[in-house]
Design a protein around this ligand. Structure first.
Ligand code: GLY
Length: 323
């Protein structure tokens, strides 16, 4: 095939082929000049209390890893938050099952899926990372491991979530609702005073999901990915769609190739939209940060925002959307 025809078939122009590596080089140089040493934290949705906790850790000299763990724990503890941790909505059988993962600046990661009866899955995920030779534990094995690590058994189904589930059972209609309460999974990214990046992601998953369903949030690369040389990304929304494009890993790789966090989040959403003609019926949102401390966010439906905190204070930043 002639070069021009090959480029056309691949949907690329000669200019794109030539400039991409140059852009990546330029971007790397820019990052070297401008590596963020100022700490910052950002998380999906307007989880301002979680963001404030994370900032408290960072501003007192703590690590990005401690900041993201302690930040998301605020939402895991909040009984009025029915999408994360204790108080989360159950599956269709009335079981609350939790998914979480954490990743540090050395590329280490830990994850728990389908974890029951433990209020802080993110802490168990960190223990998986630090105390086992594995990256992921599931179900009964994860629960048993949590008890061995000293976590206590708790009933995670609150009276409110139980009553709503019982009302849901009357019709049993399963339809994930877009931006149901203007919050969902919490994914958090932080940069500490050393410029190191870490991330955490935790959720009770889709309300009234099939028993055994696991979403994107505990899947490293889908719900969360960190590369300390480049940046990090995390996701919220319908996990099945995020998994199909390995969204967070994709965003970090696009940043590596020279895209800004905003451009990379947009491209990740565009890939989902291109693949699924039903995109108007569900939400996916991404947030990202690069090594220079630049942030980005993008989603399918309007209504998604992210909470940001640095030395200048806290902000809730609305994300732009495909629709
Ligand atoms: N993003 C959360 C889930 O799909 O479970």
């Amino acid at each position: 095939m002639q070069r021009r025809k090959f480029l056309q078939a691949a949907g690329l122009s000669a200019t794109a082929i030539v400039t991409q590596p140059l852009l990546a080089k330029e971007h790397k140089r820019a990052l070297k000049r401008n590596v963020a040493i100022k700490p910052l934290t950002l998380c999906t949705w307007n989880f301002h209390r979680a963001s404030a906790k994370s900032w408290e850790v960072l501003s007192s000299g703590g690590t990005a890893l401690d900041a993201v763990e302690q930040g998301v724990m605020v939402e895991e503890s909040d009984l009025s938050n029915q999408t994360v941790g204790k108080g989360g909505r159950p599956d269709r059988d009335g079981e609350v099952t939790l998914d979480a993962c954490i990743m540090d600046s050395n590329g280490n990661c830990g994850s728990v899926v389908y974890l029951q009866n433990i209020a802080h899955p993110i802490q168990v995920a960190r223990k998986v990372m630090e105390e086992t030779p594995h990256a992921m534990l599931a179900g009964k094995g994860a629960e048993q491991f949590a008890y061995e690590m000293g976590f206590k058994r708790e009933n995670l189904l609150t009276p409110q979530s139980k009553a709503e589930w019982e009302a849901w059972k009357i019709t049993s209609q399963y339809k994930p609702i877009i931006n149901i309460e203007n919050h969902d999974t919490i994914g958090m990214l932080a940069i500490d005073k050393n410029g190191d990046i870490a991330g955490a992601c935790t959720t009770s998953g889709m309300a009234y999901k099939m028993a055994g369903r696991v979403g994107d949030s505990p899947i490293i690369g889908a719900g969360l990915f960190i590369d300390n040389e480049i940046g990090g990304a995390t996701a919220t929304g319908v996990g099945e769609e995020v998994m199909k494009t390995v969204g967070s890993f994709l965003i970090v790789e696009l940043m590596r190739q020279g895209m800004s966090p905003q451009e990379a989040c947009e491209e990740a959403v565009n890939r989902i939209v291109k693949k699924n003609p039903e995109y108007a019926n569900f939400q996916v949102g991404f947030i990202a940060v690069n090594k220079a401390g630049e942030t980005g966010a993008y989603c399918i439906q309007p209504g998604f925002s992210y909470s940001y905190y640095d030395q200048n204070g806290q902000e809730n930043r609305p994300a732009s959307s495909h629709l």
